[in-house]
Design a protein around this ligand. Structure first.
Ligand SMILES: NC(=O)CC[C@H](N)C(=O)O
Length: 383
């Protein structure tokens, strides 16, 4: 017998449903994600730390869960809200049902919710805090817990999810029949700041010839430079970028060395702040796998994976920063590039996981730029 569960939003909205995960309660900022696939990648994306994810696609859990689709070593989302959990799951890689996976990872989750009504509330009023309570239900307690969460604005969460120790990464992308294939002959050495990095970012970099040293979020620039990398990567991550002064300062020092820099999502926002721009909280953000973004150089429209609640304020950017990509949903800034050195970033997720791969070419751009610089150096030494 399934336990009853409730979802209470900070505005007092109450939804009654069924518990499909651990008993107890959880709080966080409730956001909606429109991806049709990839619930396991979403749950394990560290950028969702302290957020409760509502999936708008109605059937979630059909393919179960497996050991290969995790984007980190743990479930980071604070909770999961879905419409319908199927009775059976089926997939050749599956080794557990979604419900068993949620229980094993101690995640409180709720099904049988009118996710359309919930999404409309979030879209009209903006993302807001909520509480899922499963098992012993107390609506008043759930409401006061929801209200106690406050806002995501001002929260530095990158420091909470980052690795405590530096580590090396060479594992490439997943291939049918082979699994994850390591790249044992890397062409570049890069340092990746881990603000909550997703594994597929590291894999796509490794696939393109990078040996990656992943470092904690608070690593000073001088320690990164001591490793003499060919390039620096700034990862995605949870929370508000503005309070991450340690990272903004380090990026400013790294920019001064003119080493190639590439940032994704939180890394993009931190690059924007490091060049003197500002970031701001969006109403309900972008979360999904169907977001059209235009590449302003080629004019091409790319369908992209997105997961962010903050954005770079374009009016705050200095003259040496060019806007390279824009969202076709709300025209917000999706990509920036410095005009006087190799430093660029993207607000969405070129690594997908889950989502379309239209914008994977940004990883090629990073390695192409590093290759050009390496060759110039080799030629200079030869002369
Ligand atoms: N995926 C991310 O890196 C998210 C960045 C930031 N936490 C935001 O919500 O905007």
């Amino acid at each position: 017998m399934s336990e009853p569960a409730i979802l209470v939003l900070a505005d007092g909205s109450i939804f009654h449903g069924t518990a499909i995960g651990a008993s107890g309660h959880t709080i966080g900022e409730v956001v909606f994600n429109t991806s049709m696939t990839g619930y396991q990648e979403i749950l394990t994306d560290p950028s969702y730390f302290q957020q409760i994810v509502t999936l708008t696609y109605p059937h979630i859990g059909n393919t179960g869960t497996n050991d290969e689709d995790a984007e980190s070593h743990a479930v980071y989302a604070s909770g999961l809200i879905i419409r319908d959990l199927p009775l059976l799951h089926s997939n050749f890689r599956a080794n557990a049902s979604l419900s068993d996976y949620l229980k094993a990872n101690n995640v409180v989750a709720i099904a049988d919710i009118d996710t359309r009504r919930l999404t409309r509330i979030l879209r009209d009023k903006g993302a807001q805090a909520g509480c899922i309570m499963a098992g012993d239900i107390d609506e008043q307690k759930a409401l006061s817990l929801a209200k106690s969460f406050g806002s995501m604005a001002g929260k530095d969460l990158a420091q909470e999810v980052t690795t405590s120790e530096r580590y090396e990464w060479i594992e490439g992308e997943w291939k049918l029949g082979q699994g994850f294939v390591s790249n044992n002959h890397p062409e570049f050495h890069i340092v990746a700041y881990d603000f909550g990095v997703k594994r597929n970012i590291l894999r796509m970099l490794a696939e393109r010839g990078c040996h990656i040293t992943v470092v904690p979020a608070t690593t000073p620039a001088k320690d990164v430079l001591a490793l003499n990398p060919d390039g620096i990567f700034l990862s995605n991550g949870p929370g508000d970028p503005e309070p991450c002064h340690y990272a903004i300062n380090a990026i400013q020092e790294l920019l001064a060395t003119k080493k190639p820099i590439f940032g994704i999502c939180l890394g993009h926002q931190l690059l924007g702040l490091a060049v003197g721009g500002k970031t701001k909280k969006m109403a309900f953000g972008h979360h999904g796998g169907n977001h059209p973004v235009q590449d302003l150089d080629s004019q091409k429209v790319l369908i992209t994976s997105q997961n962010h609640g903050f954005e770079v304020d374009e009016h705050s950017l200095p003259k040496n920063v060019k806007i390279t990509h824009r969202s076709l949903f709300d025209h917000s800034v999706q990509g920036i590039e410095l005009t006087d050195q190799v430093a660029f970033s993207f607000q969405g997720h070129p690594e997908a996981s889950p989502g379309p791969h239209d914008i994977a070419y940004l990883f090629d751009k990073f390695t192409d730029e590093m290759r050009k610089i390496k060759h110039t150096h080799t030629q200079a030494i030869a002369y």
